[in-house]
Design a protein around this ligand. Structure first.
Ligand code: CDV
Length: 317
């Protein structure tokens, strides 16, 4: 179960970023992890969602204030240019999540794919935005992604970079099977993503441990069912007292976790991802061309919410 097509893959988990922390200090932390990833033979390193600031959707504020404090107006910008310079020097690609303000003033929760020559080769804007847009003064914190961001308008892309077909998604997207299947249908071999997952659910009394187990189940099931590698980077620990889960992982197409963080601080995990493992699954049990039956999957794109059962033939033919 081994092939010659391999890629050094690293995940750089971030510990907390507090409100008072500057972008420059965060970029220094990212640079240190990028160097460590390269020293551990990585060709590509995955950074978290909204990796340059604290997870600001937890705070109620006007959009203008959020834009002013937390959004990137250019990428690279003055604070992030060192990441691109170092990546080029080291010859390492990366995924970076950030809050994007477009030239037309639109706001997205965005991730970019940067090749080892420091070119931005892909962009993804988060499709599945969790949370709410109204103020919930009785909640211990807010989750205002629906207030601060538009739904992504670029779809789920796959890019040929670093010698591999790579797709991107962001945080809550990882819980939806459609995310991975759309990328697998474009022959994705690796899906990379970042996340900020509060350990406390403000909407219902969800046992805290489920935040970690549902995170891992989602990644493992979808890696296996699509025959691809998944590399997921957390921002975690207590940001100004608000706790978020860690458990950054690299998952093989077998659905098994091959690397997992131990801390809730800055931490790099790395593996050599054998792309042949995914091919085996995609040629056999999940040979899409042979076994998929899209004529029976119509409801997936026809319906958003669940509705009444459809009339079915009785099958007396
Ligand atoms: N940033 C996120 O998208 N977080 C969600 C939480 C709110 C459940 C997640 O799926 O991890």
């Amino acid at each position: 179960m081994s092939s010659t097509r391999k890629i050094g893959l690293a995940v750089a988990q971030l510990g907390p970023i507090h409100l008072a922390d500057s972008r420059e200090s965060v970029v220094q932390r990212l640079l240190a992890m990028m160097r460590e990833a390269k020293a551990r033979q990585a060709d590509f390193v995955v950074f978290p969602e909204l990796a340059l600031t604290t997870f600001f959707p937890r705070y109620w504020m006007e959009e203008a204030e959020a834009v002013d404090r937390f959004f990137e107006k250019t990428m690279p910008g003055p604070a992030t240019q060192p990441l691109f310079d170092e990546a080029k020097k080291l010859g390492i690609g990366f995924y970076l999540g950030y809050a994007e303000l477009t030239p037309k003033g639109r706001r997205f929760n965005t991730a970019i794919l940067v090749d080892p020559s420091a070119n931005i080769v892909g962009k993804y804007r988060k499709v599945h935005l969790p949370g709410h847009s109204d103020h919930k003064p009785d909640a211990p914190f807010q989750h205002l992604e629906k207030k601060f961001f538009e739904v992504g308008n670029l779809g789920f892309g796959v890019w040929d970079t670093t010698g591999v077909k790579m797709g991107m998604c962001i945080c809550n997207d990882r819980r939806w099977p459609e995310t991975y299947r759309v990328m697998a249908l474009q022959s994705a071999e690796i899906v990379v993503l970042g996340y900020n997952t509060p350990s406390h659910n403000i909407h219902w009394d969800e046992p805290a441990h489920l935040r970690t187990s549902t995170h891992l189940i989602s990644l493992q099931a979808n890696a296996y069912q699509n025959g691809l590698w998944v590399a997921a980077a957390a921002k975690c620990g207590r940001e100004d007292g608000f706790h978020m889960i860690g458990n950054s992982v690299i998952v093989a197409p077998t659905g098994e976790i091959v690397a997992r963080t131990l801390t809730e601080a800055d931490e790099v995990i790395a593996t050599v991802a054998d792309l042949g493992i995914g091919e085996l699954f995609r040629q056999h049990v999940f040979n899409f061309a042979k076994h998929r039956r899209p004529e029976h999957y119509g409801l997936i794109t026809e319906r958003t919410g669940a509705g009444e059962p459809l009339p079915r033939p009785v099958g007396d033919d």
